[in-house]
Design a protein around this ligand. Structure first.
Ligand code: GLU
Length: 419
């Protein structure tokens, strides 16, 4: 029987192990372990039928020692303060590992957005933006999209915030529509970063996308874009899943056609039909015989109940926290190489950083420039991770945590404790 999963304890466990392997002084760890601020808000919303519902929302600001708080906002029925706390901590580590000048934060609303109409969702988002307005700002805390939120959500937050301030404030959110100051390439950036991470790890074994088969769980912004980008580079994607279940085709799935199918509201993979395509469960996608597994859905997908059954050689973590501490040990024993979430899915926040820089300077960068700079930042960071794995004889996850913690601790040390 697996123990009850707690994402925040999970990240603390991994950080604690990295502190030991990296032989870091524990003096500042107590500070880095705890978020700087946790906020819970109650959001009354008038529903279309005249009823009033009150939703719970959160914003956890983990650290701003390396720069403004930064991190997405998710809308999910299972979201709670503890999950947001873990996600905020991962954001501080993520920004530190790729060395962009941000701290970490995360927000969330406990709601199933599929049960709300467009107008209800807009009212809820605006009310949430109003509730967290005192906390956010272009130089204090910058939200972005996450699970079940997108450029439209960011447009509503941006507008609510700008109305309250009485002036346009494009830098308050990233991942907004290009027409409102968003960056070229931001929408697909996390998926692109996952593809870059995959390319980097395969190159270590002299392999390319064409040499391996892929399975991807989750067809949201991260999984969907990763699938399309890999498909365009001649990768064979044999299995995919979304909330409704999975599909499998040994010869390879057409990620373009599937993405177009899923764009239609109400369509799920369970309804997708094509020659040679079999319908399988989400668990069967995770455990299928593939070379590269990309978990791109929620946390805790790979745990001690299924880790032993995984048949892949590489895991590239598109989601935040998809693998539990217990599963990590099992996978290490099985010799599966894991490219950890805080590096593998950092493409989103890296391009968020580019968007913010463009907003501050009132500039627009081209798509190719964005892609090139994203690849450079990720390649440089990956080289550092490889060096750390050699120095500490550890996994890539441990190396990523060590690199990130060293940066956070160093910043904390030179700044000192206030007052
Ligand atoms: N939600 C994304 C993440 O988990 C992006 C965050 C951002 O761009 O601030 O990394």
């Amino acid at each position: 029987m697996s123990k009850i999963y707690d994402p925040y304890l999970n990240v603390i466990d991994v950080m604690t192990e990295a502190m030991e392997i990296g032989q870091m002084d524990k003096y500042m760890f107590e500070i880095i372990k705890n978020p700087q601020r946790e906020t819970k808000v109650y959001l009354p919303v008038e529903m279309d039928n005249g009823d009033v519902k009150v939703f719970e929302g959160y914003r956890v600001q983990h650290s701003n020692i390396r720069g403004p708080f930064k991190g997405g906002i998710r809308f999910h029925q299972d979201c709670d303060l503890n999950e947001v706390k873990a996600l905020a901590t991962w954001m501080s580590l993520k920004c530190a590992v790729v060395n962009i000048p941000y701290g970490g934060a995360k927000g969330g609303v406990r709601v199933d957005p599929n049960e709300l109409s467009h107008r209800e969702l807009r009212r809820l988002t605006r009310r949430y933006a109003f509730a967290i307005e005192p906390l956010i700002g272009a130089d204090t805390d910058i939200p972005a999209p996450d699970v079940n939120t997108n450029a439209q959500t960011m447009a509503w937050i941006l507008d609510t915030y700008s109305m309250l301030k009485g002036k346009p404030c494009p830098g308050v959110v990233t991942g907004k529509p290009v027409e409102l100051g968003g960056s070229n390439g931001r929408n697909s950036a996390t998926g692109r970063g996952v593809a870059i991470s995959t390319k980097l790890i395969l190159a270590q074994d002299n392999k390319t996308f064409e040499d391996v088969s892929f399975a991807i769980t989750g067809m949201g912004n991260v999984g969907g874009n990763a699938a399309r980008i890999l498909f365009h580079r001649n990768a064979t994607i044999i299995a995919l899943s979304d909330v409704s279940g999975g599909i499998y085709c040994e010869k390879g799935l057409d990620a373009d056609e599937i993405s177009r199918f899923l764009e239609i509201k109400g369509n799920y993979l369970k309804d997708y039909q094509a020659d040679g395509v079999l319908h399988i469960s989400h668990e069967e996608v995770l455990t299928c015989n593939c070379d590269v597994l990309i978990p791109a859905a929620l946390e805790n997908q790979i745990n001690e109940d299924n880790a032993d059954r995984l048949q892949c050689s590489y895991i590239v973590e598109g989601a935040n926290g998809p693998t539990t501490v217990e599963a990590d040990k099992i996978l290490e024993e099985k010799g599966i190489t894991i490219v950890p979430d805080i590096f593998a899915n950092s493409g989103g926040v890296i391009v968020s950083y580019f968007e913010w820089v463009q907003n501050i300077q009132s500039l627009t960068w081209g798509r190719d420039e964005v892609k090139e700079m994203l690849e450079k930042i990720m390649t440089d960071a990956f080289t550092e991770l490889l060096e750390e794995t050699k120095k500490c004889a550890c996994t890539l996850r441990m190396a990523a945590y060590i690199v990130a913690l060293k940066r956070l601790i160093y910043a904390e040390e030179i700044k000192g404790i206030f007052p």
